[in-house]
Structure formats: C-alpha cells, structure tokens
Design a protein around this ligand. Structure first.
Ligand code: SAH
Ligand code: SF4
Length: 366
C-alpha cells in the first residue's frame, strides 16, 4: 500500500488520515516489520491494529549464497506461500550501468563501507513464461506473478540488510532478476511507484529489462518521467532469424516491432536505451554479427548503448561461453562501428547469481 491507501485504512479505523504517512514511513523508511514497533503510533492504536489482524511485513531472506567476488544471492520468500524468488546484491555493480553515470565519482566518504555503487537485481515473477533458450529461469516456467509489495519488498529487505542510507549511498536497481517485468506490468509499475514515492529511490537509478513485450513497452512509454525507470531491451541477436531461434518470442514481436514501440518512449536528457546482447559461443558472437548489430542499432536512430554479456552457463542448456578473446573482438568490432558498448562483468557466477542463472538453485557450485 502507498501513503494514500494506508491513510484510508487509518480513516476507516476512525483515525486521522495523516497517520497513513506515519505507517508508510515506518514500513518503507524505518523498515519496520511488526506493528508493535511503530512507535510513532500511540500504543493503543498499535495494540488495536495487531488485535484486528493488521500486519506490516515484507519478503524475508531465507538463504544466502556469497560469491568470491562479494556478490550475494538471496532466496527470498514472501508471506503468501512457500515459493521463493531470488534477489542479488552486487556491491560494486556489474558495469551494466557504465556510461549512464558519467562524471560521477565514487562516494569515498570515509564511512568505512566496502562498497560505493551497489546494484540490487530484483525479480518480478516466480519463474518466467518467456522461453529464451539460453536462460535457466525459463526452465521453471511461470509459477506466479509477484505482487507489488513482494517486488518492492525485496528491495527494502536488501536495503535493510545492507544498512543502506537513502539519499546518501549510491544504489542502482535493475529489474533483471527472475521473470519478465512487462508480463506483470501493473504490479511491476506499482512497485516502482512505491520505491520512488515511499522508499525514496530515483527512477533514474533503475533499469527495467524486457525481452521485448511490445504491449508492455507501449504502456511504459506512457509513464511519467518522474517514475519511469530506464529501459533495457534484450536484443541478443543481430537479426530476426537468429533472434527467433534463441528467443522464440521474437516470432510474436520481432525486432522492428520492438524498436517502433521503444521510439515512443520520451527519453530524458542524456538518457539512452540499453540493448543487452548475450554472446553465445558460435551462435551470436561472430565478428560479422557485430557489424550487423551495429547497423541495426544505428538504424533505430535511438540514443543507445549495447551491454554485452558473455553467456553464463547453466545445467542442461546447450550453449557455450565464448572465450575472452572472442568477446573482446566482438566488443572492439562494435565499438569500431561507433556504437557505445560496455561489457557486463559476470557477478557471482560461482553461486549461480549471474544473469540468466536465477532458478532457485539451492546450492552453490562446487
Ligand atoms: N526477463 C527480462 C529480465 C531478466 S533477464 C529479460 O529477459 O530482459 C536479464 C538479462 O539476462 C537479459 O538481457 C537476458 O537476455 C540475460 N540472460 C538470460 N540468460 C542469460 C545467461 N545464461 N547468460 C547471460 N545472460 C543471460
Ligand atoms: Fe524470462 Fe528474461 Fe529468462 Fe527470457 S531471459 S526466459 S524473458 S527471465
């Protein structure tokens, strides 16, 4: 619930509506998880809320996997059922945000913190219905949508765990965890609103990635700039033929349809659209494909950058990770064509936390 909805709850109890603000502060800013601890409310009201069955709360971390590179993968469970999703904490980001924050310096405030530009990767669904051939999450199928509270709650839970101070610490959010955000559009955008309006995070530090759900992109284009995150498109192939092979959903919404929808998004000053591109050995990593990608990106006429991701392996997925040399050749070839290109560092591969590896894996790799 947002402030207004919490205010209505309070009014319904015969309390002043402004108490909704106090409850919102408690949940989203103070990160309180039980009604009894909301000390801004009178004791009598707290008791009454508890007695009447009102609860505040959020999904909780039930298991933690820590990578050698500092990345942490959390299994997070909501209050509705036993299903879990994954949320990833990357203390130093993965370079995916590179080129977005030109001119910014690291915090370096002497606070002794071990990170200064962390990224939280957030899930939007349990599993995913989009059948991308290279992605481990796809193997789960779609189990259910997450609610807005479950999506925003993952973030609050991690902010609390890492003792992040809003307004002081630099934290980016990427909606690139399990699921396809644009196939859970309403809950996803409600969560974004909560995160912007109640938690106090900037939408310009949030990026949502979509596999190219055109109706979702069209709705996204209508969102006001004050709450609209930045947009990333999982391109992953130089043309429709290859894309349909690795992302069958391309048969429904091919590249040109996606690009047309993206063109309707009113970008902010200096904002760029990100095209993510997973390099699959022998399939999408050929140097001549780099030139094709460059032509494609230029043809869109969009202010854009390309984020390359070397494929992260998963059990039972028949692709190979290109060599570092092949990745470098591809990156240079794109760059030589004048396309801004960044290489996303794989974070937490050893604990199945990297892109495309989120599948509620209960183990770390040995
Ligand atoms: N469903 C959304 C967001 C989550 S996936 C989407 O597909 O865009 C986030 C990114 O990880 C996508 O760009 C996807 O193409 C990429 N990805 C999926 N599986 C991967 C893998 N095994 N290795 C590297 N990247 C992968
Ligand atoms: Fe779903 Fe994204 Fe994985 Fe495709 S890459 S199956 S859209 S999570």
């Amino acid at each position: 619930m947002n402030v207004a909805e919490l205010g209505e709850v309070m009014s319904g109890l015969g309390e002043p509506g402004w108490r909704g603000r106090q409850v919102a502060e408690a949940i989203y800013r103070q990160r309180i998880v039980d009604v009894g601890s909301i000390t801004t409310l009178p004791k009598g009201l707290r008791d009454r809320l508890t007695l009447e069955g009102w609860r505040v709360g959020r999904p909780g971390v039930v298991q933690v996997f820590t990578s050698v590179d500092g990345t942490e993968r959390y299994l997070v469970q909501g209050q509705a059922d036993a299903l879990t999703v994954e949320t990833v904490w990357m203390p130093e980001g993965d370079e995916g945000e590179a080129g977005d924050t030109a001119g910014e310096e690291a915090a370096g405030d002497g606070s002794g913190r071990k990170w200064d530009r962390a990224t939280i990767c957030v899930s939007s669904q349990v599993g995913c219905a989009v059948n991308c051939q290279f992605c481990l999450t796809a193997k789960l199928g779609l189990q259910r949508n997450l609610s807005a509270g479950e999506i925003a709650g993952q973030v609050v839970e991690v902010l609390d765990r890492q003792r992040v101070e809003i307004g002081k610490d630099r934290v980016n959010l990427v909606f690139m965890g399990m699921g396809e955000p644009f196939l859970n559009y309403d809950n996803f955008m409600r969560a974004v609103r909560l995160l912007v309006e109640e938690v106090g995070l900037s939408p310009q530090r949030m990026t949502v990635s979509t596999s190219g759900i055109v109706p979702g992109i069209e709705r996204f284009a209508e969102e006001p700039a004050e709450i609209r995150p930045k947009l990333a498109i999982s391109l992953n192939a130089p043309n429709d033929e290859v894309r349909s092979e690795v992302m069958p959903i391309n048969r429904k919404w091919p590249i040109e349809a996606i690009v047309d929808a993206v063109r309707a998004v009113r970008l902010r000053a200096k904002e760029r659209v990100t095209f993510e591109y997973v390099l699959l050995g022998g399939v999408t990593d050929q140097p001549k494909q780099a030139a094709e990608v460059a032509r494609l990106v230029r043809r869109t006429g969009l202010p854009a950058k390309v984020n390359l991701i070397a494929w992260n392996p998963g059990p039972g997925i028949p692709y190979t990770t290109p060599s570092e040399g092949a990745v470098e050749i591809f990156r240079r070839a794109l760059g030589a064509e004048g396309v801004p290109v960044y290489l996303r560092r794989p974070r937490g591969r050893d604990i199945y936390a990297a892109c495309g590896q989120l599948k509620r894996t209960e183990e770390a790799r040995s």
